[in-house]
Write a protein that binds this ligand. Structure first.
Ligand code: SAM
Ligand code: DTB
Ligand code: SF4
Length: 336
């Protein structure tokens, strides 16, 4: 079994990113297959429960009030609407329902409302995830007590590049929120965005931060920047797809037991690139035709892609158990 480490140096991570592509993918596959069934992928569905008019200035984000984006803002959705979306997601085969709000942080009153949502969605037999911005330790505790399974809060990029993208919230504040989520006993979902004009060293820096957290995040979303007109990062040179795949592979090697999620940006990826990401150790996706405010691939397309690759969606119990020793899995070959 590969050792679980929390002391990765930047040089070690850069050396992995520099490997010949085939050697890197092989190394990632070895680690992946030690810890997971390589033909199973976890599926989560996203819903924006409060859209736009966010006070933060994240340069990638269409929901920031600092940018001129053609986006209809919405107040916090009524419980019944959230519940219906959760039922639909479950009917489509998702096992986790992730609710996102365009807040810097929730108020305590906001929290009362979202706690009702957590409880109602859980009753549908779905795992729950929320991303609401920064939390206080008390708020994290309340969410944990309400039964929230995962909290998503991304580090986004390296500490060095961070200031190029966001000025209204510090890197340390993000790390603090992750600490409160961990202390409250929830599973941690944290990752970043590639293709924002960062360097390979910055990608190494992000991975180092994630892998050297006191406990590895259970879920690591690797987003490719979705370029939205009106945001400062619109027009950024697109990232070489192989560089994206390399970063996924190194995330897999550094965090062997974590689910690595191929997250935003899949509509801009070919099926072949997505297959390379699965080969590199990605084993979770967002499923459903919308991310928060931007499109995601059609569910039919994803179903066909899974069938073409012989991938089975993971059952809820498998993902909530964290990394499990893979069951004997006969090769599933599907034709046509
Ligand atoms: N407002 C909360 C926060 O930022 O903490 C939660 C919602 S926010 C939209 C969740 C995450 O979505 C961000 O941290 C960022 O990583 C990701 N994101 C936002 N816009 C994106 C884009 N255009 N492309 C890729 N990822 C994006
Ligand atoms: C994450 O890492 N990616 C998701 C989720 N966490 C909340 C968000 C992607 C948002 C993409 C842009 C949008 O649709 O607004
Ligand atoms: Fe607001 Fe979150 Fe978008 Fe940043 S990423 S502007 S905090 S919604």
């Amino acid at each position: 079994m590969t050792e679980i480490r929390h002391d990765w140096t930047r040089a070690e991570i850069e050396a992995l990113l520099d490997l010949p592509f085939s050697d890197l993918i092989f190394a990632a596959q070895v680690v992946h297959r030690e810890h997971f069934d390589a033909n199973r992928v976890q599926v989560s569905t996203l819903l924006s429960i409060k859209t736009g008019a966010c006070p933060e200035d994240c340069g990638y984000c269409p929901q920031s009030a600092h940018h001129q984006v053609d986006l209809e803002r919405e107040r916090l959705l009524p419980l019944e609407e959230v519940l219906q979306a959760a039922r639909d997601a479950r009917a489509e085969g998702a096992t986790r329902f992730c609710m996102g709000a365009a807040w810097r942080n929730p108020t305590d009153r906001n929290l009362d409302r979202v706690i009702e949502m957590v409880q109602a969605v859980r009753e549908q037999g779905l795992e729950t995830c929320m991303t609401l911005g920064m939390l206080t330790p008390e708020q994290a505790q309340r969410l944990a007590e309400a039964g929230l399974d995962y909290y998503n809060h991304n580090l986004d990029t390296s500490p060095e590049f961070y200031g190029e993208v966001i000025s209204t919230r510090t890197y340390q504040e993000r790390l603090d929120t992750l600490g409160f989520v961990r202390e409250a006993g929830m599973s941690v979902c944290t990752g970043g965005i590639l293709g924002m004009g960062e360097s390979r060293q910055d990608r190494a820096g992000l991975l180092q931060q994630l892998a050297n957290l006191p406990k590895h995040p259970e879920s690591v979303p690797i987003n490719q920047l979705v370029q939205v007109e009106g945001t400062p990062l619109h027009g950024t040179e697109t990232l070489d797809p192989f560089e994206f795949v390399r970063t996924v592979a190194v995330a897999r090697i550094l965090m062997p037991q974590s689910h690595v999620r191929l997250s935003a940006g899949r509509t801009a990826m070919s099926d072949e690139m997505q297959a390379l990401c699965f080969l590199a150790g990605a084993n979770s996706i967002f499923y459903g035709e919308r991310l928060l405010t931007t499109p995601n691939p059609e569910t039919d397309h994803d179903r066909t892609l899974f069938a073409r690759l012989g991938i089975q969606p993971e059952a809820a119990e498998e993902s909530s158990a964290g990394a499990s020793v893979p069951a004997e899995s006969p090769a599933r070959v599907q034709h046509g």
